[in-house]
Design a protein around this ligand. Structure first.
Ligand code: PEP
Length: 235
């Protein structure tokens, strides 16, 4: 399987002009890479304006209904129609800031799979959960609840994102990420990627030493050269 590098731009940048510039630079920095699938997940409002034959597109979230009186929501079918093949669901920022529950995430995962989107399902433990030795139980609970009723997890990619390692330049050490990966591989047979303060220095270790199938990249995906280096080092 090709390695996967997914860029999560979150709520950045703030203008279409900047989004186009960033996208163009990433296209340039990643154009000669082989054996790696690059996915960009911009804010949904930019999706229709960003296209390139070497890059796959993804949403950062979606609703669970296809259409109707749901003010502000974007359905999986709309993401598909806008050219997406992926959608990130269950991100810890949405769980924390927007109070997304496992039940809501489960409904979204089912709806996204139903239209053929590949789901990047994020799970991870908080620092308190880690310090109290609950990491494996928390991950297992999140996996079970998020995938409740889904018999075949084909079309789901698990993103292991320790919450305490996101957005702070403090990535999970390779040895401990490998142990968690081994635990997750016993629970589910589907690709598993790592996310949490990945940069071009540590990226390769998560693939070659820990054994992940790819990376979910936040802050570094807003820096085209750095992001390009991440893709190149693992390709
Ligand atoms: C993320 O939010 O999914 C993420 C991995 O962010 P960062 O790379 O900035 O830690």
């Amino acid at each position: 399987m090709n390695k996967l590098v997914i860029a999560n731009w979150k709520c950045n940048p703030t203008t279409l002009k900047e989004a186009k510039k960033l996208f163009k630079s990433i296209v340039k920095e990643t154009k000669d890479t082989k054996n790696t699938e690059v996915v960009i997940c911009p804010p949904a409002i930019y999706l229709l304006s960003l296209k390139d034959k070497n890059i796959k597109m993804g949403g950062q979230d979606c609703f669970w209904e296809e259409r109707g009186a749901y003010t502000g929501e974007i359905s999986p079918k709309m993401l598909k129609d806008a050219g997406c093949s992926y959608v990130i669901l269950g991100h810890s920022e949405r769980r924390k800031i927007l109070d997304e529950t496992d039940e809501v995430i489960n409904k979204k995962i089912k709806a996204a799979l139903a239209v053929g989107l590949t789901v990047v399902f994020c799970i991870g433990e908080t620092v308190a959960e880690r310090m109290t030795g609950q990491t494996e139980q928390i991950l297992e609970n999140k996996l079970r609840a998020g995938l409740n009723g889904i018999i075949n997890p084909q079309g789901v990619i698990i993103a292991y994102e320790p919450v305490w390692a996101i957005g702070n330049g403090n990535p999970c050490d390779i040895g401990s990420s490998r142990e968690t990966l081994e635990f997750l591989r016993e629970k589910i047979n589907t690709p598993i990627i790592y996310g949490g303060s990945v940069d071009s220095q540590c990226a390769i270790s998560y693939i070659n030493e820990a054994g992940f199938d790819g990376l979910l990249v936040g802050a570094a995906s807003l820096l085209p050269e750095e992001f390009g280096m991440i893709v190149k080092t693992i390709s």
